[in-house]
Ligand binder design. Structure first.
Ligand SMILES: C[S@@+](CC[C@H](N)C(=O)[O-])C[C@H]1O[C@@H](n2cnc3c(N)ncnc32)[C@H](O)[C@@H]1O
Length: 411
């Protein structure tokens, strides 16, 4: 079972299907994200592409970018459109591939596939098949697709690694992928399960841009290139959505890439996943850098002391350079202080910084002026309290921005 940000897989699937049933059946209702032909135009679709689209399908356009910027589709290709929705991109692809090509449009929401099927019947798009299925389990054989297009769907999928692995499986070697999706600068960390609306409005389920690009590279895609980006949520009619998007740095990007001949070996995949620079970035964006640096400082301080006590019992001598040892601890303590100070940007509270400065001063005093074990310990306790306070303030600010405080008091 997937439990992301407190959501269960079923909760996500139901929320997605409810929302996109509404986009299919009542596209003129107010939505918190841009829908329809006007959005399509503002995202950069050329008029010659949109002119021939059935108005009813164009009304239900809910894409987040213009994936065709990556130019992945060729005449004669077999193309898969994942999360096709009302199928505007599928129809454009069906024109590009021509009579010798084929397009398979897949979507999770029955109302969307119904709408597209009805429109295709009786049209000249005889090379377009519509299937209701999930991106996490594509009903297609291995290496059966020349090109994949997807617009605004991956951010809604609970298990993105599985969806990307499925894309790799169904694409033939050197097959191409064009994708538009929402990415964020900083991930949501609080439990949002009381409000499934937040997932389907495209911000909460989105991935940090670097992590999304890394996911494709790890899975075996090459030449992963960002072709364009949009301040997509600036087009949203909802002020709250615009504020949420701004707070998390949400925007949309268009990406192009190519499937390599072979998936990377497991050790190579793990080497990429365990890259320390990625972990550092992840910890910073989740606001956990202060606590992590503090953990390292504690380990350097008391872990080294424990080693210095234990190793001689095993007959191993430990030569400790006290200046270097104190310098390492001091460096980590100052790094913790700086990471806590960075929280001010998010919550505008000075308290955690003042507390962290007091804790750091006590530790530095014990390290460099007069060693008193109790003062040092006191300093670490105070610094730990400051790191937790900062984290608490960051999370509270997220809850406020996402409107979760309002929804829980209303519920
Ligand atoms: C933002 S809309 C975009 C639709 C379409 N690509 C367009 O440009 O108008 C996302 C679509 O992805 C579909 N979707 C969401 N999760 C999915 C999944 N796990 N598998 C397949 N489709 C999914 C939704 O039903 C919805 O129609």
């Amino acid at each position: 079972m997937v439990a992301l940000l407190g959501y269960s897989r079923q909760q996500i699937v139901s929320a997605v299907q409810d929302m996109y049933t509404a986009v299919a059946e009542a596209p003129t209702s107010p939505f918190h994200f841009p829908v329809g032909g006007r959005a399509c135009e503002r995202l950069g679709y050329p008029a010659e592409y949109t002119a021939g689209l059935p108005p009813a399908l164009l009304d239900s356009f809910a894409g987040v970018g213009y994936p065709f910027r990556a130019d992945a589709i060729r005449p004669g290709d077999t193309v898969l459109d994942i999360g096709a929705g009302a199928g505007n991109d599928s129809l454009i692809a069906s024109h590009i591939v021509g009579p010798f090509g084929r397009v398979i449009a897949i979507d999770l929401t029955a109302a969307m596939t119904r709408k597209l099927k009805q429109s295709v019947e009786g049209s000249d798009a005889g090379n377009l098949d519509v299937v209701q299925a999930s991106a996490e389990q594509l009903p297609l054989p291995d290496a059966s697709i020349d090109a994949i297009t997807s617009n605004g769907a991956l951010n809604l999928v609970p298990d993105k690694r599985r969806a990307v692995t499925e894309m790799f499986r169904v694409l033939r070697s050197n097959g191409r992928l064009q994708l538009a999706d929402v990415v964020i600068h900083r991930p949501v960390s609080v439990d949002c399960h009381d409000d499934p609306r937040l997932w389907v409005e495209c911000v909460v389920g989105a991935t940090v841009k670097e992590e999304l690009l890394a996911l494709f590279a790890e899975t075996g895609f090459e030449d992963v290139e960002v072709m364009g980006s949009h301040d997509y949520f600036a087009l949203s009619p909802s002020q709250q959505t615009r504020e949420v998007a701004e707070s998390f740095g949400a925007h949309s990007i268009e990406i192009g890439m190519r499937r390599s001949e072979q998936a990377p070996s497991l050790p190579r995949q793990w080497a990429k996943r365990l890259d320390p620079r990625r972990w550092l970035l992840r910890l910073r964006r989740r606001g956990l850098l202060g606590l992590s640096a503090l953990g390292l400082a504690l380990l350097s301080c008391y872990g080294t002391l424990a080693l210095a006590g234990l190793l001689p019992l095993l007959g191993i001598g430990l030569a400790l350079h006290e200046g270097a040892w104190a310098g390492t601890i001091a460096g980590l303590v100052l790094f913790t202080l700086m990471a806590i100070a960075g929280g001010y940007r998010h919550h505008r509270a000075g308290g955690p910084i003042l507390l962290a400065a007091a804790g750091s001063a006590a530790i530095l005093y014990a390290l460099f002026i007069e060693y008193l074990a109790l003062v040092e310990l006191f300093g670490f306790v105070v610094l730990g309290g400051a790191a937790l306070w900062d984290l608490h303030r960051r999370r509270r600010q997220e809850v406020k921005v996402l409107g979760l405080d309002r929804s829980s008091s209303a519920g």
